[in-house]
Design a protein around this ligand. Structure first.
Ligand code: SAH
Length: 243
């Protein structure tokens, strides 16, 4: 029962209880059910869901520098969560964390809300809307010490969608794959304009994934200028590239 996930999480220092593994089973059942009525995710085989969605989502923990205080409940925003990745797996593994998931597509938002209700997950909420708009909401802007995102956009676009949510001194972690040299170089200007500074690149150990997965951590150094993010669609159609 989710042996691969249990072993992978253990390699990262997280011993999952049978109750947590049961929650992953429940989430996988909900994904199957959701996929029957809508096109939620192209990954459908149970073993693939376990590895490519669940274990992959948890790899962000390798770069999340969470406070060690037992009472602490870190506030984490997941931008462009889709069917709930990495936000819902993070919630299962970090029960005390306060998770917020942002998603533009209504059907995916409904799915995630239904999963949260069915599974009875506490302290996890879905925000519906475009990052370009929600990042200008005062209660959300510069309000998250941790921002994460998987498979949403190239880095130059992604930082415009994510860094505005990050509190000054906080970190944004982009879950990426492949050679990041060109993508990081192309994003350098955007990162600077938005008040960030590249902090580190961490390779996901090949014991977990052998296809060159990378966690890019960016620190928010100064407040993002008010004019960012630009209007919906602009960050992706016209990313902040230099020159
Ligand atoms: N993070 C999930 C989903 C990736 S697909 C996963 O790894 O499986 C990208 C998702 O981001 C889509 O569901 C899309 O609707 C959402 N998205 C893309 N641009 C967005 C934006 N500007 N604001 C909010 N959501 C966005």
């Amino acid at each position: 029962m989710m042996q691969h996930l249990a072993e992978g999480a253990a390699l990262m220092g997280y011993a999952l209880s049978s109750a947590q593994l049961q929650q992953f089973e429940e989430f996988r059942t909900e994904l199957q059910r959701g996929n029957e009525s809508m096109n939620l995710t192209s990954i459908k085989q149970p073993a693939d869901v376990e590895k490519l969605h669940f274990l992959d989502s948890l790899t962000v923990l390798l770069a999340l520098d969470l406070p060690q205080n037992e009472d602490n409940s870190p506030l984490i925003l997941d931008v462009g969560s889709g069917a709930g990745f990495p936000g819902i797996p993070l919630k299962i593994v970090l029960p005390k964390a306060r998770i917020r998931m942002l998603e533009a597509t209504g059907k995916k938002v409904s799915f995630m809300r239904q999963v949260i209700t069915t599974m009875g997950l506490p302290n996890i909420e879905v925000l519906q809307g475009r990052a370009e708009e929600l990042a200008h909401t005062p209660t959300l802007r510069e309000s998250f010490p941790f921002v994460v995102s998987r498979a949403v956009a190239p880095l130059a676009t992604l930082v415009e969608l994510c860094l505005p949510f990050c509190s000054v001194g906080g970190t944004f972690i982009a879950m990426k794959k492949g050679d990041m040299d060109a993508e990081l170089k192309a994003a350098a200007h955007a990162i600077r304009v938005l008040g960030g500074e590249p902090l580190s690149r961490m390779a996901v150990p090949s014991k977990l994934f052998e296809d060159n997965r990378i966690l890019v951590t960016i620190e928010k150094r100064i407040a993002t200028p008010r004019s960012y993010p630009r209007r919906p669609g602009v960050p992706s159609h016209n990313p902040l590239l230099k020159g």
